[in-house]
Design a protein around this ligand. Structure first.
Ligand code: MV4
Length: 506
């Protein structure tokens, strides 16, 4: 069978921040011109400066800009874009948007609208996966409203149980129920939250696993029936369903379990007709049973750690798949070398309950050195708007083993200086330095058990003190330093990296 490939004449990147920058770089390397879209709050954003062209698509609120399908399609038309890369978040998993692109003759760089609809329905995908022989968490295979059915199912599988939204994912509307007495109220509450958040109030019930690990497999599928997995990422360190630190490989898998879970991930992709890059999420129980959780139908925030250990550029592969090309390697060619860790830097104040922080970045010093990658959406002097996801950048390190990678991460975080706004850098330093993290005890309850609520320790780093002083000096010259007190100990602290350890400490 002869299948035609197509060139991507120009790609519109329907996103902002570090992921838009990441996609623009991959396009540029492939010789594909790019179009950025931006809201009025982002007119001087990094992704706008990096793209070949940029189109303002509306006011700051996401509904009027980055989620505004008509405006994005119009921008693609006007600029002659052949394809749209949605990044993560925003419209990346929106089946309606993918369908609209298909109708308009634009290539959606992701799965088909049909595959997106299937994996977006958590109950439908549980059925599909179970039929394909993939283990799912014991529980309901169809959504319902009848309280009697929930009670019967809960009785059958035993308490505690978990109520989840069928249109959900990401933990919204999830309710743990310990006894039959609490069941009805929890189902009602979950339905209310789901209805409000997703416009779909259907919920279902599962057995609750108290301290599982979150292990996800990166997959790639082309449009010619080839599917590979690129091994796992462990993402158990989360706060309110927001991932904070991810690593690969997972300390919890041995080669045998990895192979079994990898096979299940590939089967999940095949069963759902999924193409392009995606992630199959599993929960791994203490007894090493694993269960399919959901398919994340997008390039994920944490994709770089897989890129570093597998030696594959995932965005490059996404572009190739969208061109109709075959994957250039098979499962037997996939390698995993060394260990990689990612820390997400958010514009949040970890000492104030992770309250969002916005304003001007007075100074940015990026980390560097061997095995250090910084995927960054900001620059010295840029504005951080309040309207969007607070992720600023990601520090990603690779080293020969986990402990070497952990130490490299500590060093890279110590080099990272962001002044003018609050960031999660000092909190991340405490996570990576924690003895339980060092020991690999990273279950989903890690932060609540060991680090929350969080207080900044008084001991400051060393390198950051020098760099911050230089930044204040530089700021005086250019004017960006206004607002930084000359004495950092007076007024709100501009120190972003004061962890409780020093470089060279073991
Ligand atoms: C679970 C669970 C325990 N038992 N399902 C959270 C987000 C959503 N994707 C699924 N989640 C969970 N589902 C059962 N049956 C625990 C979680 C969970 C969790 C999962 C992965 C990573 C962090 C988490 C934190 C809290 C709860």
């Amino acid at each position: 069978m002869k299948i035609r490939t197509r060139k991507l004449k120009r790609v519109l990147v329907a996103n902002r921040g570090e992921i838009a920058v990441r996609v623009i770089r991959a396009c540029r390397e492939a010789g594909i011109p790019t179009v950025a879209i931006y809201s009025e709050a982002d007119d001087s954003a990094l992704h706008v400066q990096m793209a070949d062209r940029a189109v303002c698509i509306g006011p700051p609120p996401p509904m009027e800009s980055y989620l505004n399908i008509d405006a994005i399609i119009e921008a693609a038309r006007r600029t002659g874009a052949a394809a749209i890369h949605p990044g993560y978040g925003f419209l990346s998993e929106n089946a309606g948007f993918a369908a609209r692109c298909e109708r308009e003759g634009l290539i959606f760089i992701g799965p088909t609208a049909e595959a997106l609809s299937l994996v977006g329905d958590k109950v439908a995908s549980r059925r599909t996966m179970s039929k394909a022989g993939i283990p799912i968490i014991p529980g309901m295979r169809s959504k319902g409203k009848d309280p009697g059915r929930f009670a019967a199912e809960a009785k059958k599988i035993g308490y505690p149980v978990l109520i989840k939204a069928s249109a959900g994912g990401g933990g919204k509307g999830m309710m743990v129920v310990d006894s039959a007495r609490e069941l009805r109220r929890a189902v009602e509450a979950s339905m209310r939250v789901a209805g409000g958040a997703f416009g779909d109030a259907s919920v279902y019930l599962e057995k609750y696993l108290p301290a599982p690990r979150h292990v996800e497999f990166q997959v790639l599928a082309d449009t010619r029936g080839h599917v590979v997995h690129l091994n796992e990422r462990e993402c158990s360190i989360q706060r309110r369903h927001q991932k904070i630190v991810e690593e690969t490989p997972s300390v919890a898998l041995d080669e045998k379990l990895r192979a079994r879970m990898g096979e299940a991930a590939v089967a999940a992709v095949q069963a759902s007709g999924y193409t392009n890059a995606g992630t199959v999420e599993f929960l791994l129980d203490e007894d090493t049973s694993f269960y399919f959780l959901e398919v994340n139908a997008r390039l994920q925030v944490e994709h770089p750690i897989t890129e570093l250990t597998a030696g594959v550029d995932l965005v490059r592969q996404q572009l190739r798949v969208a061109m109709g090309k075959s994957l250039p390697f098979g499962q037997k060619d996939v390698i995993s070398r060394g260990h990689a860790i990612e820390c997400r830097i958010y514009a949040e104040d970890p000492a104030a309950g992770f309250m969002p922080s916005s304003g001007r970045v007075a100074y940015l010093k990026e980390p560097g050195g061997p095995g250090v990658r910084h995927d960054c959406g900001i620059y010295s002097g840029c504005r951080v708007p309040v309207h969007y996801d607070p992720i600023l950048s990601k520090v990603i390190v690779w080293a020969e083993d986990r402990e070497a990678a952990r130490r490299r991460m500590l060093s890279a975080l110590a080099e990272t200086v962001i002044l003018g706004i609050q960031t999660t850098v000092p909190f991340l330093q405490d996570v990576i330095a924690h003895p339980e993290f060092a020991a690999g005890n990273t279950r989903t309850d890690f932060l609540d058990r060991h680090l929350l609520p969080w207080k900044e320790t008084a001991d400051e780093g060393t390198l950051d003190v020098i760099l911050a002083a230089a930044a204040v000096d530089a700021g005086r010259g250019s004017g960006v330093g206004s607002g930084i007190p000359a004495d950092p100990r007076s007024g709100p602290s501009p120190w972003q990296t004061g962890g409780s350890w020093r470089i060279g400490e073991s």
